[in-house]
Write a protein that binds this ligand. Sequence first.
Ligand code: SF4
Length: 349
Amino acid sequence: MDVFGLTCGELADEFGRRYGKGMFHAAALYREIFKNGNETFTHAPEFAASFALAGKIAGDMRTPACRIQSRIDDGEVVKFATALTDGCVVESVIIPTQGRTTLCVSSQVGCQMGCRFCVTGSMGFVRNLTVSEIVWQVWAARFLLHHAVDNIVFMGMGEPMDNLDAVIQAVRVMIDQRGLSIPPNHVSVSTAGHGDGIRRLAAIRPAHLRLAVSLNAVTDALRSRLMPINRKYPLAQLKDALMAFPANKRDFILIGYVLLAGVNDSIEDADRLAVFLEGLPARVNLIAYNGADDSPFTAPDDAEMIGFRDRLVERNIFVRIRQSRGRKVMAACGQLGASLAKDGRRSGS
Ligand code: SF4
């Protein structure tokens, strides 16, 4: 019984099938694990009169045998590496911002998308994470590292749309009010532009879950060069998928645009971006590139970034320059996995 992979309701159903019990006991177990951060539940008062049942459940239940292998701090930003049972390692980043604590979670070991500016992409794909391994990152950030995480972005290692069933089930567990209780509109699932994945997400997402798109170029020639997924889903198809994504008044699609000096940061690019966004309920985050040491790309200077932003503002685009935090510890956007070997294991371990 994989507790980290189940909502409380699903756990109650499982208790019904296995033990003839229901929500009373399931909610107690769920509270101990996900609200109180305990690894056991047998001390809960709901089990005081049922020692035999508690023992049987404890014997049947599985929690992820993950462990925090390392953590590195850069000011308030914390990057931590999780060692999985098969020796693979994934990285996650805790980013406190005003009034919120964001956790950037990974959904895969490595990534097959091969975006040219991304360290994870250079690893290639190793495997998908399970639901439990995704949820464990949130549990560990809260209860092992003691950060009050209340905002989740699937912008760590991996393309979430390539592991969408696990990602959606993980989100359902994260937002369960009897457990981790992350508000659904504080969860963003990001994609490099997987058109079919966006359509599927629209169909199966929990209400208010947010979509984020890593766009980064607005001509097919450049985008296909930077992000090979664009060959499968060119900009016109991506726009169609985004236009079909349901949005109520308070919903918006987050567009990430990493600025690469001399590559995608001209005023003409800003104009093309504004045209691409016409008709979309979009907000744009501009992020200066964070390079690996041997990268062919560099970040534009502040004046160029401000010029790009101002051009978008003139064209009535909601846009912010996001400071990419955690650069020193390779925890910023596109930097995760820098210390891992190609097989997804820790270099040198
Ligand atoms: S940017 Fe995202 S989708 Fe692209 S290679 Fe990196 S992890 Fe994969």
